[in-house]
Design a protein around this ligand. Structure first.
Ligand code: FAD
Length: 497
């Protein structure tokens, strides 16, 4: 029999559930990827034609294609509507089944439903496998059989449920001779970025792409993982793994990451224990989204997989909050996006995001809290900005992170917990190293005043060559005042116990 493997967020050939099943079941296997215009058109409409994610995918596909060609096959890459292209391709190849790894976003589920219906009418089967997470949907439940909404008990139940077999690799026999060469009429060149309306972003100069890039980062991280607990909160230190973009696009298997973390945890590594906990957060947010699809924007809107506008808070009460609006809000939001708030840690973090598509986790919490609780802006605006700019943007984790910061989420920080951006800076970037990297104009300030330049005396500012308002903005809000306003703003929400 013949099978087609449709890749989406699983751009690898090792430890790949759908690929393994196809190779086991079929004599001839083809592999395809579609640059889906239902997603890309959304980016182009928002002028995001220099999109690092599209470039990351494109680069990663080159490697994948070479790998498959070496095994007798090749990667079929198309540009167009996936819901039409996949059924069409399946018919042209004469396959009996299409194999995929499941995607848990409501819009993706809807896309897959449409594809499976179209295939069904041609008597072609559609298979979806668990690959993206360790435990999906309702595999980990409370003692009463309910869905968890608090992380720590979920994590404990997740760990309790974990068996070695859950982490077994879905090994793919690449030398099975099953990878069929692409028929000449279908072996078209891979669409170039420019033919799809995108520009190259030079991502490879600072982010290793593809399976080899993921392995490289993972190997490097293996040398640091045992210190993760001590380093992970300091943005100027190479503490975290930087693997999120790779787990987002599946250039590495989540089982490989969890296996390493779990083995080291059992051997007593504190760093690995904490890192594993972060990987469980990832499963947690996928589980939350899959059980609460209302968290995502309506699939009928033309925002497939990407748009975030207009969806609900996890705690509906929080939708009573009245956010800043009008030109004032626009002005504050613009300053936040551009890293011009006058709060150095916030601004440096936004520069990191704008320049690289990455932002350190501690800083994601700081800038999100600042936007919501210092500027009084609806968390959805920030969520959207992150969705547009993060290399690792994943609806589930991003929505989870934003709703955590806005206190409206399932296991969020309490509404009265408001980060002080200066204290956060003093604590997590004490020497101002991170700030100086992204805001070199502040590099001559002392480690005392770099966190709040407006508190420096005229003489220090003059010696440092800074005029506030010219070289660096004055703060756009006063934190203490903003804090009071936020507590009033949140008073519409039922008091939490
Ligand atoms: P590491 O510290 O090495 O962590 C290992 C892995 O654990 C990450 O690669 C990621 O897969 C997972 N992880 C870590 N923290 C979380 C978390 N809180 N929730 C879910 N998974 C987690 N992560 C995304 O992958 N995509 C997003 O769109 C995203 N948006 C966020 C928005 C906000 C407001 C906040 C506060 C956090 C967000 N995160 C998101 C979570 C976290 O910041 C990133 O996963 C992490 O910074 C990625 O860097 P890393 O791979 O070096 O992380």
């Amino acid at each position: 029999s013949r099978g087609l493997v449709w890749l989406r967020r699983d751009l690898r050939v090792h430890d790949h559930h759908a690929l393994r099943m196809a190779v086991k079941a079929c004599q001839e296997v083809w592999v395809a990827f579609v640059f889906d215009t239902d997603i890309l058109s959304y980016l182009l409409e928002r002028d995001l034609n220099k999109d690092r994610r599209v470039d990351f995918i494109w680069q990663s596909l080159q490697e994948l294609d070479a790998e498959l060609r070496a095994k007798g096959g090749g990667l079929i890459v198309r540009h167009g509507k996936a819901v039409e292209i996949i059924p069409q391709l399946a018919k042209e190849l004469g396959v009996q089944a299409v194999f995929t790894n499941k995607d848990y976003e409501p819009a993706a589920i809807e896309r897959d439903r449409i594809v499976s219906l179209a295939l069904e009418s041609s008597e072609i089967a559609f298979h979806g496998y668990k690959d993206q997470v360790i435990f999906e949907h309702q595999e980990v439940l409370t003692g009463q059989g309910g869905v968890f909404s608090v992380f720590t008990p979920y994590k404990n139940a997740w760990l309790k449920k974990l068996q070695a077999t859950d982490l077994d690799a879905h090994a793919v026999n690449l030398d099975s001779g099953r990878f069929a060469s692409i028929p000449k009429s279908l072996d078209l060149p891979m669409p170039s970025l420019s033919s799809m309306g995108f520009e190259s972003t030079g991502i490879q100069s600072y982010l290793p792409t593809g399976m080899s890039g993921a392995s490289q980062l993972f190997e490097e991280f293996a040398g640091r993982i045992d210190h993760y607990h001590a380093t992970r909160d300091y943005p100027s230190v190479k503490g975290p793994s930087y693997l999120s973009v790779h787990s987002r696009f599946g250039t590495i298997s989540i089982r490989a990451l969890v296996r390493e973390a779990h083995q080291r945890m059992l051997a007593g590594s504190m760093g690995a224990t904490i890192w594993l906990s972060e990987l469980i957060w990832r499963d947690f947010y996928f589980m939350i989204l899959s059980n609460h699809p209302r968290l995502a924007p309506s699939v009928s809107k033309k925002t497939l997989l990407h748009g975030t506008a207009g969806h609900e808070s996890f705690k509906p009460d929080y939708d009573k909050i009245v956010w800043e609006s009008g030109p004032k809000a626009q002005k504050l939001f613009k300053a936040w996006c551009e890293g011009k708030t006058g709060y150095p840690l916030v601004d440096a973090a936004m520069h990191q995001l704008n320049q690289s598509g990455y932002m350190h986790n501690r800083l994601r919490m700081v800038v999100a809290c600042f936007l919501i609780k210092d500027l009084g802006i609806d968390w959805r605006w920030g969520e959207q900005y992150f969705a547009d700019h993060l290399n690792d943007f994943d609806f589930a984790a991003n929505n989870g992170g934003w709703q955590w910061a806005s206190s409206s989420g399932c296991d969020a920080q309490p509404y009265f917990r408001i980060f002080n951006p200066i204290t956060q800076s003093e604590k997590f970037d004490a020497e101002g190293k991170f700030i100086k990297k992204y805001l070199p104009q502040l590099s001559k300030l002392s480690k005392k005043t770099i966190h709040a330049p407006w508190l420096a005396g005229d003489i220090e500012l003059e010696i440092a060559g800074i005029r506030l308002g010219r070289d660096y903005p004055l703060p756009i809000v006063q934190h203490d005042e903003a804090r009071k306003n936020t507590l009033i703003r949140y008073s519409v929400v039922k008091k939490e116990s």
